[in-house]
Write a new protein. Sequence first.
Length: 276
Amino acid sequence: MQKALAQNPNLLRTLLGLSFTLIFLLAYAVYGATISPSYYVYETDTNSTIDADSEPTKLYNDDTNETTWRWTMSADGDNLTWVNLTATELSRESTVRLTNSAGLYSHSKLGDPDADDFSCEDKCYQNTTHEGYSEDGEDVSIISMTTTDPGRRNNGTVYAKSLSSAEEKARDIIEYFHSPSVIIIEITEIGNRTTSPNIELETVNEDFDYIEVFSIDAGTEFLWALAAVIGCFSMILIPSFTIYFAAQAKEKKAELKLQQAEDNVDVSIDKSEQAN
């Protein structure tokens, strides 16, 4: 590098100029990629309905000595997303069933805030009947969904060339009719029971609310992009410039030693001439 600089004194200036030019070009490229107007974010309007006042039908089986309480409810199938059941005041060894002939997705860890490494899209299973068991009379909750597609719930993103096209795609994702939407709840208890448990059925319907272009804080993202590119180039340029400055320091040190040697020779010659 020292020889190259000797042949071209402007090489250092050229390297610095080229480096900073590339830094700003790449930073702008990263910034431009993060604000693509082709991505749109949509939100849904959530409507929750809770039914806790329905009266059950009692079915007693003499052969098994079991009492089954049955509730039949009709949910709104238009964009139905969640069907959540909570049963309370249960007796020991009670079985709770949530049935829908169209099928629902559920898992024992769904809705559990302490569940680790759980993804409903991967682990939830579809069935017409989901069960819960109360061993000592504790409450039982069954959380279920009509789909595992996250785009049908709360919000999502779509890729489109215009706002109208993006809204059409978002509505196609959200719009759905769950049929049949009749929900049957059964609780089976041991013995001939006279008092039914309490249940609360929550159904959630979600409609399209609004859509907008995906955007971010341009200033912040530009600074992050610039910092990332500078960091990448620093990994390449710092070693090169370190070698360059070390070579210059070594050259100056050699020149200093050479100058000192020449001075010593001159002093020796002067002394010889004075002696003669």
